[in-house]
Design a protein around this ligand. Sequence first.
Ligand code: AMP
Length: 126
Amino acid sequence: MPIDPTLPYDAGNIFAKILRGEIPSNAVYEDDYAFAFEDINPQAEVHTLVIPKGAYVSWDDFSAKAGDAEIAGFVRAIGEVARAKGLVEPGYRLMANIGAHGYQEVPHLHVHIFGGQPLGPMICKR
Ligand code: AMP
């Protein structure tokens, strides 16, 4: 079920547990501001998630409340991961789902990196 992005941050969410090392993940990148790991249910040849280390529910929450260094660090981390995975020349897709219409399931901001294959149209046709 999609989450309500207007609710306060829930420190019990699964990505918070991954950040605290309480549950395992297949980590691919980490710095002061961001952590990246492989999606457990990949939807493309490359499907990696990048999350900020700070407690932000969604892109909305993050863009409104995060400090400039956190925002810069998170954006740079996404680029680092894409470069490290060799995605720049063939191309790739970034996606951040927010709330019900975006079908966001985990209430900790995450950007999906999809790549490694042609990805088709941007969204499904109705
Ligand atoms: P979203 O619909 O944007 O909230 O996407 C949540 C993503 O988190 C989905 O692609 C899930 O497959 C992924 N996911 C859920 N639990 C885990 C986990 N423990 N480790 C890695 N990815 C996960």
